[in-house]
Design a protein around this ligand. Structure first.
Ligand SMILES: C[S@@+](CC[C@H](N)C(=O)[O-])C[C@H]1O[C@@H](n2cnc3c(N)ncnc32)[C@H](O)[C@@H]1O
Length: 205
């Protein structure tokens, strides 16, 4: 039987598998951060689906970072994040029901948005409620239609919600949510692996 992502990922913390995700996603995330933070001064940042908080802690080291927070629905992920970092802000919440008290400059999300019931509505909320003017949403995805090596993951991981969209479909979801300058890019492609699909868009007004 397939189960809710937050239950499965909560168990992954107990098995230590959250650490493997951090290692596996590091190079794609470094690339995403270099795109999202280029030229930013005094920025605020949210990692949506932060897992154990490793990206929050990495971004907090940036000299121009004013505030950084992580949000994740798996309780064990947030407990672990808080246990190793009392300085930054972590929230245990469902991304589809939560929004920040004040808007931020960058919303980053690595390997998360395809677990949502309604990614289109989430992007609309990020555009309207999470981001400031000139803010950016940037997401990284390894599970997408063109990356055939990822298609077995719903069965391999026993996760109930995993939305399989093509690169063009993700780009259209961004554009329809109101984002400008929507760009998509595959990072780290090699034989049998199409790479991390990185999509970003700006809130201009
Ligand atoms: C593949 S992990 C990636 C974690 C982290 N971004 C990283 O790169 O290590 C997916 C994460 O998304 C979280 N997640 C899935 N659905 C969610 C939802 N609806 N609201 C909040 N978090 C969610 C899971 O709990 C899990 O920590």
């Amino acid at each position: 039987m397939k189960r809710d992502p937050k239950i499965v990922f909560g168990e992954w913390v107990e098995l230590g598998r959250d650490e493997g995700m951090a290692t596996g996603h590091q190079s794609s995330v470094n690339h995403m951060l270099s795109l999202a933070l280029k030229g930013r001064r005094e920025f605020s940042f949210i990692d949506a689906g932060c897992g154990n908080g490793w990206v929050v802690r990495q971004v907090a080291e940036h000299p121009d970072c004013v505030s950084v927070a992580g949000v994740d629905a798996a309780q064990q992920m947030i407990e672990k994040a808080k246990a190793c970092d009392s300085k930054n802000h972590y929230v245990c919440a469902d991304l589809e029901r939560w929004s920040p008290n004040s808007s931020v400059d960058v919303v980053h999300s690595m390997e998360v948005v395809y677990y949502l019931n309604n990614p289109a509505r989430f992007f609309q909320n990020v555009y309207k409620l999470w981001l400031r003017k000139n803010g950016m949403l940037i997401v990284g995805l390894d599970f997408y239609l063109e990356n055939k090596a990822s298609h077995s993951w719903p069965d391999d991981c026993g996760i109930s919600i995993m939305r399989l969209f093509s690169e063009n479909e993700w780009v259209n979801i961004f554009a329809n949510a109101g984002f400008s300058n929507v760009t998509s890019y595959r990072f780290g492609a090699k034989k049998g692996w199409e790479g991390t699909l990185i999509i970003s868009g700006n809130k201009l007004a």
